[in-house]
Every structure is written in C-alpha cells, then in structure tokens.
Design a protein around this ligand. Structure first.
Ligand SMILES: Nc1ncnc2c1ncn2[C@@H]1O[C@H](COP(=O)(O)OP(=O)(O)O)[C@@H](O)[C@H]1O
Ligand SMILES: [Mg+2]
Length: 508
C-alpha cells in the first residue's frame, strides 16, 4: 500500500513542503530504501526507525519498503524526517487511517527508544503554516514553546512515536499548545550601564548610537571598560517588537540555539565573535547554508573586539550586511538570504601594545608599528562606522566613588522617544533610522542654517576631515537633535557630532 505524509524541509530559514511517500510491497527480497536526494543523516533514519519500532513494540515490516522524499530534486538533510517516515510506514501497513494524515504536517527526530527529540527551525516551519491550508502540526514536545508562539496554527506536541500514533488514531486527546508571550520587565535581564563608573563621554556616545542606529568604534587601552560598555548597549535599545522577536528567534532556531522550554527570544542578542573567526562563521555559509554571527546578531548588537586583529577578508565580507541588512549565500541549488541588521560596536587598542596615550604605562610601539596596526582596518569598513570615541582608563578616584549614575532604563526612555521621531519621519522612505539616510534624505531632513554651514566648513578645514566624514557628522547631529526633540539641527548639535569624528584625523 502507498501512504503519504506531509512534512517540511528548511533551506536557510525558509521552509519547503516535502511529501514523504512510503510504498510497501511484498515481492522478492526485503529492503528499506530512502530516495529523493537524502543526505547521510536522512539515510541513517532507517536505523533509528527500526530501533524505535522495536523498542515501542511495533513489528517492523520485513518487506520491500521504498520511501520517496518529494520533490526529489531538492537536497534533504537532517533527522526531522524520522517521524513522518515512521508514521508513513505504519500507515502503509494499515495501522493508521490514510485520510486523517492529510490534516497534519509532521516533523520530528526519533531516538532509538522511540522518544522524540527537538528539531531545528521549528518556528520557521510553523510561521509559514499560518498562511497555508494545513493548520495542524505534530512536533516534538521540546519544540512546543517555540512553535506555540504562532497562535493561529494548532501545534500538537508529542513525546514519543507511540503517543503520536495514539493521537492520530484518536485514542489520545492532545490540546493544541499556545505559548504565553510575555514581555514585561525585560530590561532587568540586561546588564546595567550604571555599573560603569565615570566614562560619561562614552555613555553619551552609546546613547546616540542606540538612538540613531549608528555603528560605533571604541578606542582605548586594555581594561578601560570597552567590553563592559559594549555589553550594555542592547539594554538601552528599544524593546523588541513582536515581529523583531519572531525574526530573531527564527534565525536562532535553525541553528538549534533555542533551549528547551524557551519560546520567543525577547531580548536583543549580543554576539561577540572572536577575532580568529572565519568569514563563514561570521557571515554564514557551508554546504547547507547556516546563518553566521551577523545574522545571529540580527536586531541586536555585533561586538567586534580587537577589530584590527580580524583577518582582512573577514572584515571585507561585513560590508554587505552593514549596507543592506542581509547576507546572501549562493549555492548551486539555491540562493539563501539571511537577515542581518545589527548595530556594530567595534573596539580596538590605540596601538599594538595598547598604551598609546595611556596615563599609566608608556607606549613601546614605534610610529611605523602604530601606522601599520591602524591601517589594517579598511576605509570602506570605517566608512560605515559613524561614531568614533576614545575610552580612556578611569582613575582610582572615579572607580571608588559611590555617586549614582543613570540607569539603562532612563537612557532607554530617551532612545525610544528619539526612535519614534525617526519612524514618523521615515515612514514613506523605506528606512528606519538616521544612520541609514541616503544623500536624498540628508537633503530633505537635515537642513543646515548659515551658522551650521560655517561651523562645519571651519571644522573640516581645521581637522582635515574628508567628504566621507561630512555626511556622518550631519547624520549624527540629526540624532542628537532628535534626542532633544528638536526639529532643527542647531550649531551645538553639530559641534557635538564633530567631536565623534575628530579621532579620524589623528588615527587614520
Ligand atoms: N568604568 C568602569 N567602571 C567600573 N569597572 C570598570 C570600569 N572600567 C573597567 N572596569 C573593570 O575592569 C574590567 C575590565 O574591563 P573591560 O571592559 O574588559 O576592558 P577592555 O574591554 O577595555 O579591555 C571590568 O570587568 C571591570 O571590572
Ligand atoms: Mg575587552
């Protein structure tokens, strides 16, 4: 008899429908074959299924079993077809009524014992179902919280092959699972900026970066608190919207980074790849494309500590996501796109030994060494970083002081206000924040008066700023004005913005 079970397969974060067809015949020698471009993990399904049958107490048919994963020209990978194949075999043997199977989409990995293990990308699969005909999915229990986020789809969590069979046959009732989505007090999960003593200049820069979506470069000696500051940036960004949370969770879901019992990721991610990372781990890729660090940081912060230590080719591949907000991975059978819109925070020492300009220790580097070190960061990358600031070491007096500093929550309120102004401003422009303004937006939204022009002209001459710096300064000034809810960019907004470029002249 022939049975058909509906399942799903992921390419990148996009699910594709797969029909699992099982044919069982009783002619010559018994066999159990899986066709339809399966990879090694899919082929190993056979052994897992046989063991799961035995340990569940179902007799495994000693017949000619052929499983086809259709469409046959699409490469299939992973272990999520275990359950649909097992159910297909039982249906083809007449243990499960065929017509009921049409209502369900089934995914799940089997253990030898016949229990179900979590699959990757559950949220991606369920999100897609919400605008399709089938609205019921049978899924391993460990994926329930994540899959239950989509309330318009009926998610039936099951623990074992035996339970799945009982449920489909109607011998056991399982209620559709809906996750509670709670957002309240998420700010308490982040580390707080009030832990950082002193560094008012840096905290202000962090606030502006968060408010306008500007990428940020922190330059200072080791131990000055650069990592500490960067880690606290997600906590002053606006709370994630539900759409952002779903997008971010999907990406973490395909790499299996959602732990059991966890539903949506509601905190902005903070990713900090090591400087020895390869371009594939940063940008994504592989035989079957998987998202990289830039996508895991989607809607959050990507922190690149010791920026000049990253390999040149690794820094080069950052340009596409910084520009477009996504990465493209091309493979012979498909082109996959992963979202990658993040705030970049880069940190570096001022020189190879780290103590150039330090008040505590003398620098031992020659000018040539310093030049070479700094020139490792290419112009085009630097071009996409709007704010550069120096983070000097805090002295003992500041560290021991117990004065209260502003909490992340306060700062975040101002950031949220500034972001609202930008959303309103750009509602027909296809961008969301000041950092993404193009030349036409600058012209339209950043009108400068005569005094501002004079100040800027003066600064460019005196500081030797390039044309590239000009648009950065204006964008950052726009954000500073927005933080004050000022329609007009004033001279002191511009003057502050200029400060965040003055390092360019001395450093690069
Ligand atoms: N401004 C500060 N306030 C409080 N602690 C600080 C400050 N700066 C540095 N520290 C302490 O020094 C440690 C090292 O800071 P870190 O952020 O790792 O420096 P960097 O990344 O610049 O090398 C921190 O874990 C923290 O304990
Ligand atoms: Mg550090």
């Amino acid at each position: 008899m022939l049975a058909r079970v509906q399942s799903s397969h992921l390419i990148g974060i996009e699910p594709y429908a797969v029909d699992v067809e099982v044919d069982i015949a009783q002619r010559g020698l018994p066999h159990f074959n899986i066709v339809g471009l399966p990879d090694a993990a899919v082929k190993e399904s056979r052994d897992r299924i046989k063991a799961a049958f035995k340990n569940t107490g179902f007799p495994f048919p000693i017949k000619q079993i052929t499983v086809n994963l259709a469409p046959a020209d699409l490469k299939k990978e992973g272990s999520s077809f275990d359950l649909p194949i097992a159910i297909g075999i039982l249906a083809a043997e007449g243990h499960i009524p065929l017509n009921i199977l049409d209502e369900f989409l089934i995914v799940g990995e089997l253990s030898l014992e016949g229990k179900l293990r979590a699959i990757k990308g559950a949220l991606c699969i369920v999100s897609k179902l919400k605008d399709q005909k089938i609205r019921k999915i049978i899924i391993p229990k460990s994926n329930a919280y994540e899959a239950g986020v989509v309330h318009s789809v009926d998610v039936y969590p099951v623990e074992s092959l035996a339970e799945t069979v009982e449920f489909i046959r109607g011998e056991k009732i399982i209620e559709p699972f809906k996750s509670k989505i709670s957002y309240h007090e998420d700010s308490k999960f982040y580390e707080d900026l009030s832990d950082v003593k002193g560094q008012f200049h840096a905290k202000r820069a962090l606030e502006i970066a968060a408010a306008g979506g500007h990428n940020l470069l922190l330059i200072g000696p080791p131990g000055s608190g650069k990592s500490m500051l960067a880690k606290r940036l997600p906590g002053i960004l606006p709370p994630m919207t539900i759409e952002e949370a779903i997008e971010t969770t999907k990406i973490h879901s395909v790499v299996g980074m959602i732990s059991d019992g966890k539903g949506l990721i509601t905190q902005r991610p903070f990713r900090s790849p090591h400087h020895s990372s390869s371009d594939v781990s940063l940008i994504g890729g592989g035989q079957i494309p998987k998202p990289g660090e830039v996508s895991l940081a989607h809607n959050g912060v990507l922190f690149m500590d010791e920026l000049p230590e990253f390999k040149r080719n690794v820094l080069e591949v950052l340009r596409q996501p910084l520009e477009d907000g996504f990465v493209t991975v091309a493979r012979s059978y498909a082109t996959v796109q992963f979202p990658a819109r993040f705030l970049l925070v880069a940190a570096m020492n001022p020189c190879p030994c780290g103590h150039y300009g330090d008040t505590l220790k003398p620098c031992t580097c020659t000018p040539g060494m310093i030049m070479r070190y700094r020139s490792r960061i290419s112009g085009p990358l630097l071009d996409r970083i709007d704010i550069h600031i120096e983070v000097p070491r805090v002295n003992y007096k500041e560290l021991k002081e117990e004065t209260l500093t502003e909490s992340s929550e306060n700062i975040r309120e101002r950031v949220v206000r500034a972001r609202k102004i930008q959303l309103e401003r750009f509602k027909n422009e296809g961008i969301y924040s000041n950092a993404h303004m193009k030349a036409k937006h600058l012209k339209k939204f950043c009108k400068l008066n005569e005094d501002c022009h004079k100040l800027l002209e003066n600064a460019m001459e005196k500081l030797g700023l390039t044309a590239r710096a000009y648009s950065k300064i204006v964008k950052v000034a726009r954000t500073i004005a927005d933080l004050e809810s000022s329609e007009q960019i004033k001279t002191y907004h511009l003057a502050e913005a200029i400060q965040y470029r003055s390092l360019e002249r001395s450093l690069f």
